[in-house]
Design a protein. Structure first.
Length: 210
């Protein structure tokens, strides 16, 4: 009998240890609640629209009020009808730069009334050789750039009259290389570009005033 007590004690200890292991294992198997969903909300910033470019009429009004001396449109189509906005600008407008137009010879005649005009840059497929006669009526014209006009060597007489030019750019016309040589001789003081580059026979090829 004396030997039975230690055995019983050892058995009890083992049973207690087994129970503790079982409890520990069961605790580990309990479902661990998932963390609450975290939603990150990106700050919403509405796209800011770019400011609208001033129209021909708006720019003309700025010239009229003395806030500007220039009208420039790079994308908007300009037609002869738009030039009605030049009313009252004949002694104010100094520069006009229009990259997309359907202007005709009548527009050149209208612009010739702008006695302070120094720079004229216009792309138009409607100008004619004869219509360039109006350019000689612009007493202060110094910078002339014509783009995409179907001009030929028949335009040379009118262009040769523009002896006050500081620069002459002719891009996308039908004027010949020999015609440009004639112009170079007739207008020796004008820096010249021809079809996107310096005219190679221009003695002022390295002179850029504007």
């Amino acid at each position: 009998m004396p030997e039975i007590v230690p055995i019983m004690r050892n058995g009890l200890v083992l049973r207690l240890l087994g129970l503790l292991v079982t409890l520990a294992f069961t605790s580990c198997q309990r479902e661990v609640p998932a963390p609450a969903d975290i939603t990150i909300k990106a700050e919403f910033r509405p796209t800011e629209s770019l400011p609208a470019k001033p129209t021909f009429a708006q720019q003309a009004e700025a010239v009229r009020t003395g806030d500007s001396n220039t009208i420039r449109l790079d994308e908007a189509l300009v037609t002869d009808q738009d030039l009605a906005q030049l009313e009252g600008l004949d002694d104010k407008l100094q520069r006009i730069n229009l990259s997309h137009t359907e202007l005709s010879d009548a527009a050149l005649a209208r612009l010739a009334k702008c006695t302070q005009l120094e720079q004229l840059r216009i792309a138009s497929p409607r100008f004619t050789n004869e219509g360039l006669a109006a350019l000689a009526e612009m007493p202060k014209l110094k910078y002339l750039h014509l783009i995409g006009a179907p001009l030929t060597d028949q335009a040379l007489p009118n262009l040769k009259k523009l002896t006050g030019l500081s620069s002459l750019y002719l891009d996308g016309t039908e004027i010949s290389l020999s015609g440009m040589r004639e112009l170079s001789e007739a207008l020796p003081d004008a820096h010249k570009h021809f079809d996107g580059g310096h005219f190679r026979d221009d003695p002022r090829a390295d002179v850029h005033e504007k």
